[in-house]
Design a binder for this molecule. Structure first.
Ligand code: GAL
Length: 343
């Protein structure tokens, strides 16, 4: 009798122990699945557009955490414009156990240091903004790229000026000679967006039959202060002639606006690309004529969705269509002081 009771108790204790062990295992597994770490490498954290992408990504992650109850840690790294620093940061993020990486390369022509590391460690990676060459993108099937189509940005930017020439020519040709005299601010020479934006903003004006004259152009590396210095120089060279400033991005457009403000000139039509927060403010205040706004909400949504689908094994939502299974280009639109577009 006594022996029977002892036996029953031992079995119960064993079952209880097994149950506890099992629940602990499950909890641990759930914990593992519910806690995701994504490393985010930035070429420079002081770049306004990149900072805007970062802010949207952080917002998207917070939303996701609220929707799902999962925990997602974003580990940001700033390469400060140095590719070998970024390669070491990638190595460190891998050793910290990141499930996926989101990478804004420093040197888009030199992606091999990053690709070698992530492919060896099997960490899926989404590049953005600085596009690796096709050959590099084809080196592994868990590499993706998110960006915006540079030609589309430039066609919209040029189209904005052409619309004004048709509808309110005094905005872009204040001297009324029928020719737009412009200066052009270019981004980094090695960036895919600079050359294409420069070429297509002007080509679009020419295709629209707008007579143009280039007074000057120069590289200001996406930077407001560099652009401001160039613009000051051009204003000294052409004090009366500049009618339009065409900029490859918003920060440089704002640099031109700074120089114009210093010279107390408000007749020059300045346009940029990106749709950054300071640019939208400047448009609202009437300092900047317009920009081409890249849909940053969608940018962040897609970056995160691709990374998460690689981590969880779930399908990328149908609404996100990837070209060649790996490229996504974000939508963009014109934002202007006055809605003059007629088409
Ligand atoms: C461009 C953007 C610039 C700058 C650059 C950095 O696409 O227009 O403002 O952020 O990327 O790579």
């Amino acid at each position: 009798m006594l022996r029977g009771t002892i036996l029953r108790r031992s079995v119960a204790i064993l079952l209880l122990a097994a149950f506890c062990l099992c629940s602990a295992c499950k909890a641990e597994k759930k914990e593992e699945k519910n806690s995701i770490r994504i490393g985010v490498c930035l070429y420079r954290s002081d770049d306004t557009f990149i900072n805007n992408v970062r802010a949207e990504l952080e917002k998207r992650v917070k939303e996701y955490e609220l929707e799902t109850g999962a925990r997602v840690t974003l580990d940001f790294q700033d390469a400060k414009g140095n590719q070998s620093t970024q390669n070491s940061q990638v190595e460190r993020l891998i050793s910290l156990g990141c499930d996926a990486l989101i990478v804004n390369l420093v040197d888009r022509m030199d992606a091999s240091g990053v690709i070698d590391r992530v492919s060896t460690a099997e960490i899926p990676t989404v590049f953005f903004n600085r596009q690796p060459v096709e050959e590099d993108m084809n080196r592994w099937d868990r590499l993706y790229y998110v960006g915006s189509d540079a030609k589309e940005s430039a066609v919209l930017e040029g189209g904005m000026i052409a619309d004004h020439f048709r509808n309110t020519p005094e905005d872009v040709d204040p001297n009324g000679d029928g020719v737009i005299s412009y200066v052009l601010l270019e981004g980094e020479s090695s960036h895919q967006d600079s050359l294409i934006r420069t070429e297509w903003s002007i080509q679009t004006l020419k295709d629209a039959g707008v007579p143009v004259e280039r007074l000057a152009g120069g590289i200001a590396n996406w930077e407001r202060t560099q652009a401001s210095a160039l613009m000051e120089q051009w204003l000294n060279q052409y004090p009366e002639q500049i009618e339009v400033v065409i900029s490859n991005n918003d920060d440089m457009a704002l640099g031109a606006v700074d120089a114009l403000e210093r010279a107390d000139i408000d007749s020059v039509f300045v346009v940029g690309i990106d749709g950054t927060t300071p640019a939208l403010d400047a448009i609202a205040r009437g300092r900047l004529a317009g920009t081409v706004q890249i849909d940053l909400k969608q940018y962040a949504r897609v970056l995160f969705a691709i990374a998460m689908s690689e981590v969880t094994g779930e399908e990328i939502p149908d609404t996100i269509e990837l070209t060649e299974g790996k490229y996504y280009m974000c939508p963009q639109r014109v934002v202007e002081r006055e809605a003059v577009r007629t088409e």
